[in-house]
Design a protein around this ligand. Sequence first.
Ligand SMILES: [Zn+2]
Length: 259
Amino acid sequence: MRNCYVYKCDWKHKNNPKRAMFIIPKDPAKFKQWSDVLPKHRRLTNHDRVCEKHFDPADIMRDWSHVIQGETKKVKRCKPNLRPDAVPRYFDLSEAELRNIARKRRLKAPNKQLEAEEKEHETPAEKPSEDEPSFRYELEESEKNAIFEDVYENIFEVELPSTLWGVHRDPEKNYIAFTRFQMLEMPTCTTSTTLVIERSLKCCAWCDASIVLEEDLCMKMASQEGGEEQPSRCHVISEVLDSLEQLAIVHKPSTGERH
Ligand SMILES: [Zn+2]
């Protein structure tokens, strides 16, 4: 996962993990220039990055030019750089995605200024009709699917609390699961904890036979769309696993054989 700021870009280019990434300029005037053109589904920060797909190829410098004995030689740069005046310009967003972005901004709008700014840029066609609620907290099926696919592909980035944990992916891509298996007194006394996350992003955990957790991870996962200051979606899962590890440590399994 490359964490490009542009909405759904990582998902669209998941088969191209080596895209060059460029940090948002620190200079306030340039920051504003980028901020004005980038479609914003959340607040843009100095830590955000934008990938090469959004720039004119002529704005990306991939070689060093050296003049040696009157001849120009090109040497590939280890890391491409942007020309100083480069600004992202291609976003490849559908009408539906632009509407989603507008909706997300209404959901998250932290202050009046953002709302005012949004109204200014809103075209009449984007305004919700009278009988349509202006915002919803439900994610669309396609958004849940995209998040699930992202987590499914990056499951090995989830930090497991201990070596007792294992990772499982349903070949049909309907769920992912994590299990913790421990043998306490060989071989009769074992304890296991299982966490299953369904495609709908609902999760459920059992410690031996009893349910210990039921949670909808939609909103937690949806807010993790990149940016270095935010934990990733894998981190959301790691936190759930950590809490299950704590539960498992205090859980005393019954063997059925003790007197
Ligand atoms: Zn991108």
